[in-house]
Design a protein around this ligand. Sequence first.
Ligand code: AR6
Length: 178
Amino acid sequence: MKKEIRNRIDIIQGDITKLQVDAIVNAANRSLLGGGGVDGAIHRAAGPELLAETRTLGGCPTGEARITKGYRLPAKHVIHTVGPVWRGGHRNEDELLARCYRSSLELAKAHGIRTIAFPAISTGAYRFPLERATRIALSEVKRFLEKDDSIEKVIFVCYDRRCYDTYRRLALEILDTP
Ligand code: AR6
């Protein structure tokens, strides 16, 4: 079981918009109307049809997720989730970030998605400390995969080396222990 979970999680360094998976997750804001960072990259690569669809959704509260088509992306779908802005750690940030991973995975499962890629939600413009966010991301995905076998592969996509090294290091600790 332990080994099986580890085999269903990949950690890579790269650009999430290039991945050919059933769904990529977007670190969006509550408007769902685009922004900078990974959100801007996803909207640019998907084309204006994505914005046209997100306009119909009426936004999304922090910690929840919404699904759209992927349009010009190689990914079939985009799951938009809204991470918390880091405000020092006493404003429920940990729980809200955990909820982003859980709600994205639940929505993926409900749509029959088998392969899904996550960026490091909230760790850019929203300033969530990287190591703390990575522990939450790895723990939540591990917990979900332990009780679900519909999702075959979860890919954590790190944009830079520091993110990649942090995920690799914490994966040894969190994923390789029962
Ligand atoms: N592929 C993978 N990861 C990326 C990419 C990419 N193409 N580009 C950036 N990252 P951020 P947040 C990484 O700021 O902190 C937006 O304006 C980046 O290096 O994109 O959740 C939204 O509209 C970092 O590790 O998202 C919101 O207003 C991670 O993605 C706000 O930023 C997340 O950084 C959300 O802030």
